[in-house]
Design a protein around this ligand. Structure first.
Ligand code: SF4
Length: 383
């Protein structure tokens, strides 16, 4: 039987210290706590052994948190466990998120040795004042050191994460960050706008009407966004998702699994899975997560399949985030439904308003549609 393709996400919820804008499930922890978590995580992975007969791994993504905070031996063990349970595609993409200040030559060599072939480095800004404001643990110079070590270790597929729309950030400041980063020629750049999340120190500072005045306004934010696409295109990057840019051949395979509603399994605190039409999310609370581990696989099997309505809406929402959009033929093959009878009316109207376009049988956002993507995507929710 032909095995289906699977992405694996491993959540490592540890950071050196909490950034001021961050609402991800992550926190500082000592070696003992880290070790306990990793042992539980291994148990959780083992409990999904029965899926090994059905799936072949296309990508693994260690995210967080700061996975690079761990001794590399812990990462090696997880990959070893996965290798025991699953077949890997020959060219499986294996990524680890790293933060400057947590990488060493030895760690990077160990990553290479255990098969990691992609790094995703959280830089956010090339401006030290901005990094300090964000509560990051590193400077631009620390990042440069990590970058140099990563290239010397032989990594040829590296993403750099950036963030625009920061408090007090000017157009010039953002374009300076872009120029400095592009000059290094990473294979991939993710550039998201800051979202001020409730429950973070940033929310207290910038969540009020007064605080919001310290953030770039919507016009400035769109100017930065447009400049990003134009500048990076000149540097040889194509935008393939609203906030992601890659050199040819270096799109992130793991994220594409999410955006095309492919199968993925998430292990660790708060990790989400989507397998066989079933959605599942691990508890966010560590105590609940540990208590659930023994039951995880059984609960997962008992999850009802997603409703057709939810599956279709999600497919459109995620697919339209990609610049290549949604193929009408693939949509109809996947759901056995006629696209036009479901979405013909809104699609025609959005095309008339120049927010959507059709290219080679695919429905995709126009530049104008990208600017108000949330409004456009809301049209794909069923009444
Ligand atoms: S390094 Fe990332 S996950 Fe950790 S606190 Fe900062 S933003 Fe959050």
């Amino acid at each position: 039987m032909k095995k289906r393709k699977l992405g694996i996400y491993i959540h490592i919820p540890f950071c050196v210290r909490k950034c001021l804008y961050c609402d991800f499930p992550s926190a500082p922890a000592d070696r003992q706590e880290q070790g306990y978590y990793m042992r539980q995580l291994m148990k959780e992975i083992r409990s999904f052994e029965p899926l090994g007969n059905l799936y072949e791994i296309k990508s693994v993504f260690f995210g967080g948190g700061t996975p690079s905070i761990l001794p590399p031996e812990q990462i090696r063990r997880v990959l070893g466990r996965l290798c025991n349970q699953f077949l890997f595609e020959d060219d499986a993409e294996i990524t680890i998120e790293c933060n400057p200040g947590t990488l060493t030559r030895e760690k990077l060599a160990a990553y290479r040795e255990c098969g990691i072939n992609r790094l995703s480095i959280g830089l956010q800004s090339a401006d030290n004042a901005m990094l300090k404001l964000l509560g990051r643990i590193h400077t631009w110079e620390d990042f440069l050191e990590s970058w140099k070590l990563a290239r010397e270790a032989g990594f040829t597929n590296i993403n750099i994460d950036l963030m625009s729309g920061l408090p007090g950030q000017t157009f010039g400041g953002w374009s300076d960050t872009l120029e400095k980063v592009a000059a290094l020629e990473p294979e991939h750049i993710s550039a998201y706008s800051l979202i001020v999340e409730e429950g973070t120190p940033f929310y207290e500072r910038y969540g009020t009407a007064e605080g919001q005045r310290l953030l770039p306004d919507e016009v400035a934010d769109r100017d930065m966004y447009h400049h990003t696409g134009k500048f990076l295109a000149e540097q040889g990057y194509h935008r393939y998702e609203i906030s992601n840019y890659a050199k040819d051949g270096y799109e992130c395979e793991h994220n594409k699994i999410y955006w095309t509603c492919g199968d993925y399994l998430g292990f660790g605190l708060s990790a989400a899975s989507y397998v066989d039409g079933r959605r599942f999310q691990n508890p966010v609370d560590p105590k609940e997560y540990y208590a659930h581990i023994g039951e995880g696989y059984r609960m997962f099997r008992q999850m009802p399949a997603q409703s057709e309505k939810d599956a279709i809406e999600e497919y459109m929402f995620l697919g339209l985030r990609m610049m290549r959009g949604v193929s009408v033929a693939e949509f109809e093959a996947r759901f056995g439904r006629d696209y036009r009878s479901l979405y013909g009316k809104q699609t025609d109207e959005l095309i008339r308003r120049k927010l959507l376009q059709v290219q080679d049988g695919r429905i995709c956002l126009t530049e104008r549609g990208i600017d108000i993507s949330n409004t456009v995507l809301a049209n794909f929710i069923f009444d």
